[in-house]
Design a protein around this ligand. Sequence first.
Ligand SMILES: C[S@@+](CC[C@H](N)C(=O)[O-])C[C@H]1O[C@@H](n2cnc3c(N)ncnc32)[C@H](O)[C@@H]1O
Length: 327
Amino acid sequence: MRRELSLAEIFQLGYYWETKILLTAVRVDVFSALGDKELTLSEIAEQIGADSRALELLLNALAAMKVLTKEGLRFANTDTARAHLVKSQPNYIGHLLLLHDAEWNNWGKLEETIKTGRSPVSRHVFETNPELGANVLSVLDRIGQQSGPGLAKRLALEGAKTLLDLGGGAGTNAIAFCAVYPQMRAVVFDLPQTLRVAERAIKEAGLEERISVQPGNFNEDPLGGPYDAILMSDILHYQGPDANEALVRKTFAHLTAGGRLIIKDRFLEESRTGPAWVTAFAVHILVNTERGRCYTAAEAAGWMERAGFASVVELERTAVVQGTKGA
Ligand SMILES: C[S@@+](CC[C@H](N)C(=O)[O-])C[C@H]1O[C@@H](n2cnc3c(N)ncnc32)[C@H](O)[C@@H]1O
């Protein structure tokens, strides 16, 4: 049974101060200014063009939060901050935090959204800020590279010669799937602005011969094919249920007989009160997309069944739903 929160924990939940301190430090780029050096307050203030009195308070808090160290009058990055928050580092994840910061004002309108049901935005970040979207995809790509091959193997796609990675982003999954299955060729379909990240990643993986990119809006444009497998990974929560049902129906027409549609997403449990991270993510999606939300696996299964898929199964709890087109 889940225990209740204590009063102290409820108070703690109400503090977003540390969140905004971290996000602001990434924005003014304290971490890159420090790099692998130990600097005084005035040296950092000069580098980033900040007010010393205000910056000192920020740096002290960051030291207390254990993202910086402070020895005497000198500040330095911790090992983790140096590896992941310094822009020049290959494992920089700051873009994701910059996205959270860019969405700060939308969160500020949560009360209005709860009262009116209307989101403060009409389009999602990949449409409104392709550059930030592309940077975020690069971070997601690095994270996804660890899980992609495992997902590919668990799906047992030995018989699939063609894969469509719909809203494929950086092509992380298409690349992982083609690496696992030597017989497979893939198409990464995404908005034209984001496809340049995929093109770079495909080239780096040396898979240009087997993976092509197709620019377009998956709700409006033809998808090509037919394909033996279509993957929708983390795209449906950006859209409302009607658009998703129509898209699932559309993919059915682009699959070969016996072909499979695989939906990987952040699904809610049937109670809709878990997984805990997804319930909060659903609120994030509420204020940062026009009609998006998190769905249950049963809702996704319903779209597939109504589209005509012969067999529909939840392959991985709250994560993967698969529909197979009849022969
Ligand atoms: C969160 S990313 C997921 C990327 C990738 N599938 C993955 O799992 O890593 C969502 C992707 O959907 C793409 N997308 C959103 N709406 C789209 C649309 N209408 N047509 C094509 N792509 C779209 C975005 O550009 C972005 O690359």
